[in-house]
Every structure is written in structure tokens, then in C-alpha cells.
Design a protein around this ligand. Sequence first.
Ligand code: NAD
Ligand code: MN
Length: 477
Amino acid sequence: MNPPHRLFVDGAWRDAASGRRTPLINPATEEVFTEVAAADVADVRAAIESAQRAWEGGWRDLAPGKREALLHAVARTLREHREEIARLEMLQIGKPITDARDEAGLGARCFEYYAGAVTKFGGQTLPVARGGFDFTLRQPLGVVACIVPWNFPFPIACWKAAPALAAGNCVVLKPATLAPLTALKLGELATAAGLPPGVLQVLPGSGAALGDALVTHPLIRKVSFTGSTEIGRRIMALAARDLKRVSLELGGKSPNIVFADADWERAADTSPLSVFANTGQDCCARSRVYVERPIFEPFVERFVAATRKLVVGDPAREETQLGPLVSAAQRAAVEAYLADARARGSRFACGGGRPWPRGYFLEPTVLLDVGREDRCWREEIFGPVVAVTAFDDETEMLRDVNASPYGLSGSIWTTNLNRALRVSRAVQSGVLSVNCHNSVHVEAPFGGFKHSGLGRDLGLAALEGFTELKNVYVAEG
Ligand code: NAD
Ligand code: MN
């Protein structure tokens, strides 16, 4: 397989104007396996201008039925190339192949959903008090920037690009420096499926080098960003100058709350993957587990046993559940958290070390006795580390849950319906799951409260976010 290695602009491959390239390292082997063109400011301008031409030259005014058909064709092409997409994802970030296949399917599903939505999403007619005829229109913004992280590179690229395109915008997609290959593949495959040149541009490159130019370019009407809270803040500040629209999906420190009345055995068996999947590099990772006191000890025992059974290793093997961390730097950052936990006297119920000499692997780690002021309790670790604590009182527990500045996701385990409803209302987060850990549904809104961001991806909410709402009043008689 020859991975894509150039910028994708105007429906064709090109080198960066500067000629610069970035080496990519396979995190499972620590070997450089390819080099990819690194865009900078000149490439950003060219891509945005070409996207604007594509927008004015046809995409903006394309009949909805045609847009729908094109997005369905994209979905079909993605499904046909599912294995190739999965392999590229595995190579660049070490994602286990079975997860990578599922996520390739999720990306295709996004295009299907938004293809179908094109002809169902519209305005209203309103009975305004003075009579006459009043109607609203949902109009595209123009050229939008979609900036995505390295942890779920392909599905997040799709869940931003598909609604943006369905709403009639053109897209400049910027993948993360470490993970450009599947975004480039998306550009190539979507164009092969019939998307006109310029409608979807893909610019790999470092955020530090091209981010400001992309975000502040006057033709960019919206920035849809997924990544760290720190960069999200910066983007919002830069966007304020031109009052650009922003949507920000940021970090998390999500709770997993297990009441004593729950099917706690099932909770204990399934909770390890709710934090350790993707080797913990998941914005929705349930990294703070709250267990009601009467079941605390048996729960921890079972949770640790289930954690020990997770298969860590070569992402190419079908049975592998946890691959390596994405980079040496990411592992070093996680190990700094583990060092802090050791220094603060936390107990390691399991994990804490490197299982293999090669590749950026780290064992899934369960921490007990983590202090409320400790970094491991307060900060997003973005690695395979969980802290488990006991609670006695629901109200106090909820106060503690909501003391986090984050509010992205979370799980609640109980068989008491009133409690499930009460706690679901009380937890300050954008996404919750009861008696399971599913956070993402293409059909439902996804996003955060507080420092976890603003705006929503997925569902019809994403389409709203990629449009302006216009009201037209027509006098009658
Ligand atoms: P990051 O913020 O470092 O990078 C995200 C993207 O922004 C990358 O494409 C990066 O190149 C780009 N970028 C960096 N500097 C920029 C700048 N100055 N201007 C514009 N773009 C810039 O995040 P990451 O390390 O790739 O991903 C990890 C973070 O993403 C975690 O905090 C995680 O919680 C978050 N995340 C959130 C969600 C969500 O939906 N809420 C999903 C996945 C990841
Ligand atoms: Mn980062």
C-alpha cells in the first residue's frame, strides 16, 4: 500500500509550496514509514481561495437532490475502501485494526446520514402577528475550516465534513500532524466518487505553522475544531476578531458512576474499555470511577481482573484491544502523570509500566487513593489511566463530579429509574449513557458543557451549526 503523501487541493495532489515534509512514525514499531507534505501559510491561502471558487461556482447552488446523491456516492466509496482506510489509521496512530474498521464504517455512516438529511432539513413558515407570509431559510456559510485531532482521525474528519458539505459549504480539512493519512484518503475518495474539485481540500501540516492563517483568513466563515481545551481557547479568541462562527469539541474528565443497586458485575466487566479503549486517548474516557461504598471492594477486584485481561499489543492482530500510545511524547506525558501519582502516594492496583520494549506501549493502569487535588484526579491524562474512588452520598458525589471544569461525557449505572433520571439531569455534561458506555451516535448531538467546548457535532444539530438562519417576510395583499 502506498499511503497518500501530498496535499489534496482542487481535486488533485500537490506538494507544499515550501517543499517541506513531515516524517510519520509507526507508534507500534517506532519506525519512520513515510513522509507527508507539510502545508503552511501559502498553501492555506491557495486552498481557501480554490474552495471559495468551488463554492461560488456551483456547490452553493447545487440542487439538494444532487448533493444528496453525491454524498451517498461518497459513503459507498468509503465502504468499498474500508479495509484500506483502517490499515492507514492503524499505521499512523497504532489503532487496533478491529477498532479502525469500525471507525471507517462510522465515517461512511456519517455520509449516509447527512446525505439523507439534505432533503429533510429546512426552514419554517411562521404565523407572524401582522399577517403576511414569513419563512426561514437555512443557508450555507461559505468556506469552513474543520480541524481534527489524532485520536479518531477518520471518523471525526467525516463527522465534520459530511454535515458541512450537506449544508452546502466547502471545506478545508486540517488533520493533526501525526495523523494526516486517512483525511487525505477521504479527500481522494470523495473526489473519485464525484465531489467537484475544490469542495473538500485536505491540508496536512502543523497547527502551529498554519493554524493562525487558517483561522483568521477572511474567507473562512466558521471553524469547527476538535482538540485540546488550550488550542480551542486560542481559536475562539482569534475567531472573535471577525466574529467567525466556532464550534469546539475539547477535553474531558468524565465520570463513571456505579450505584450499589446496579448490575455492578456488568459495570465492572465493561468499564475498563470505557477508559482504556484507544489506549485512553479518548475525549470521552471515563477516567474517574465513582463506586457506591457497599460494592466498592468487589467492584474494584472485578474491574482490575477485567483490566488485566485486556489484550495489549500489535495493532495488526485481530485480538488486540489496546495498541501503543500515539507518540513518544504522548507516552512521556502520561508517564509524568504516573510519576506524580507515585509521589502523591496513590496505590497502583495494576499497570504502571511498559509491557513491551518496542513501540510506545503502556499498561492499562488502575489507581486507588488519588487525592482530589492531585493532577491524576483533576486533569485529562489522555492515556490508559483511571482513578477509582468510593462514595457514600449521592448529593456529595454529584458535587464532586461537577467540580471538574470539564463536562463532556459520563456513565451512570443503576436499576432505579428515578435515580437514573435525577442523576442524568444533575451531571453537568453534554453526553451521558445509562447502564452502558455509548457516547457517540451519528443521529444524536455530541459535545460538551463548560471547558469541554461549545456547539455540537453529529445529529441535526451539526447541520444547524453549519448554516445561517435567515428570516424572510413577504407582505401580502
Ligand atoms: P490539539 O489541540 O493539540 O490538536 C488538535 C488539532 O488542532 C490538530 O489538527 C492540531 O494540528 C491543530 N492545531 C494545533 N495548534 C493549532 C493552532 N494554533 N491553530 C489551529 N489549529 C491548531 O489536540 P490533540 O492533541 O490532537 O488531541 C487531543 C485533544 O483532543 C484532547 O484534549 C482530547 O480530549 C481532545 N478531543 C476532543 C474530542 C471531543 O469531541 N470533545 C474528541 C477527540 C479529542
Ligand atoms: Mn496535542
